[in-house]
Design a protein around this ligand. Structure first.
Ligand SMILES: NC(=O)c1ccc[n+]([C@@H]2O[C@H](COP(=O)([O-])OP(=O)(O)OC[C@H]3O[C@@H](n4cnc5c(N)ncnc54)[C@H](O)[C@@H]3O)[C@@H](O)[C@H]2O)c1
Length: 387
């Protein structure tokens, strides 16, 4: 199954690490550590092989992909020997990257995006193209009446207003081009009723939102433990310090608010109440693509005895995110091939703010993902799509 992976934000850290990782796997230069679709519970014939993945994408930036990869190697995110060994393969991906459509109305930009996607699909003889948003986090969308009416969208987009935020315009174009869509970011993307209705109408599956790679991943393991032991969490406070392009974007209070909201949801929905405290994100340029999170949890046990726990997470964000991008591309492609349409709630395992499910416990999400993969590999889904 030749599968295109179209990265929105193709020159960013997560995208570049995903491309270098997939090329290294394909060349046998690296193993699949971090790719959950290579675990025995998930691996199987329904998924496209790493050798079947072909990369393209859009970006507003113009820095060559090879230069971005070298910068990530200098920062200790990627092994320099891999980047050096993959020069020709990176040049081939560079030729498949396109500038983010600009100018004209939003309808013009959506049409240009659809053209880029269909041209990529036919030029490379691909069975399908999965569009993955790994672009910079946006502020929350400003409401517009066309957000709830799929039939009003074409006229609204042809007017002078910016009706959709950029992530949603890409999602709209993906659906129009018949491409499954994954949102690895907290941006609006396909989360508008008009776009969700269009996706179902056109038989497009989609997954999101906001990859779960660090502090929230740990929270989704620990919060169910407190709930299952009937311990009362009194407060949960976290501080996240990060650099890199994502950190710089999140220095903007509006983008920061979108991220913080998606990071807190896990607690409310797992515990059934929101303990005191919040999550702070701060930009520390010197940290580059590495992130440090400190969390302090205070809780009460039997007879109200107060206790506390703390944890510190030092993660390399792009190295944690990139294998999940590859997993999501493979699983979403397989879901599309099996006839699934609409939100893929079975992929909640990957996200901070999963679509269409209130299940935030990592172990429950894992069981659900394994069942989904089993059904895909057994050839299930095409006749009886599960939404
Ligand atoms: N790394 C992680 O662990 C992790 C986890 C969850 C979510 N995310 C999300 O993934 C996204 C990417 O993170 P990153 O570290 O690669 O950030 P980054 O800043 O390195 O990359 C973002 C890229 O998007 C591009 N871009 C911005 N606006 C665009 C537009 N309108 N069209 C096309 N491209 C555009 C930028 O030029 C840049 O190349 C962020 O939204 C981040 O919040 C990352």
């Amino acid at each position: 199954m030749r599968t295109g992976v179209w990265l929105v934000g193709a020159r960013g850290s997560v995208a570049t690490t995903s491309v270098v990782g997939a090329l290294a796997l394909r060349a046998g230069l690296a193993g699949p550590t971090g790719c959950v679709t290579e675990l025995p519970d998930l691996r199987g014939p329904a998924l496209p092989a790493f050798t079947d993945l072909v990369f393209g994408g859009h970006d507003v930036a113009t820095t060559p992909l090879a230069k971005r990869a070298e910068a990530l190697a200098d920062a200790g995110v990627l092994p320099a020997r891999l980047v050096a060994a993959l020069t020709d393969e990176l040049a081939a991906v560079e030729r498949a990257l396109r500038p983010a459509p600009a100018g004209g109305t939003q309808a013009d930009r959506a049409a240009a995006t659809v053209r880029d996607l269909t041209e990529f699909r036919s030029r490379h003889g691909l069975d399908r193209v999965v569009v993955v948003n790994v672009s910079a986090t946006e502020p929350a969308a400003r409401p517009h009446p066309a957000h709830v009416d799929p039939d009003a969208l074409p006229t609204a987009l042809a007017g002078p207003d910016e009706v959709l935020p950029p992530s949603s315009l890409y999602a709209y174009a993906a659906v129009r081009a018949g491409c499954p869509y994954v949102d690895f970011t907290p941006s609006t993307g396909l989360r508008l009723p008009a776009l969700a209705a269009l996706a179902v109408r056109r038989g497009i599956p989609y997954a999101g939102h906001d990859g779960k790679t660090g502090e929230t991943l740990v929270k989704s393991v620990l919060a169910p433990m407190f709930a299952m032991r009937h311990l009362a969490v009194r407060s949960w406070s976290g501080v996240n310090l990060l650099g890199g392009g994502d950190g710089a974007t999140l220095a903007d209070p509006a983008a920061n608010a979108a991220k913080v909201e998606s990071k807190q949801r896990v607690l409310g929905e797992t515990l059934g109440y929101l303990p005191q405290g919040g999550t702070r994100i701060e930009y520390v340029e010197a940290l580059g693509d590495f992130k440090t999170a400190w969390d302090l949890v205070t809780f009460a046990g039997f007879l109200g005895t107060g206790m506390r726990m703390e944890f510190t997470w030092h993660g390399c964000d792009s190295a944690l995110a990139a294998p999940l991008v590859l997993d999501l591309a493979r699983l979403t492609a397989a879901a599309h091939a099996a006839g699934h349409a609409g939100p893929l709630a079975d992929l909640a395992f990957f996200f901070k703010d999963p679509l269409d499910t209130a299940t935030h416990s990592l172990s429950e999400q894992w069981n659900r993902l394994c069942g989904f993969a089993r059904r895909l590999h057994a050839g299930g889904g095409a006749d009886a799509p599960r939404h």
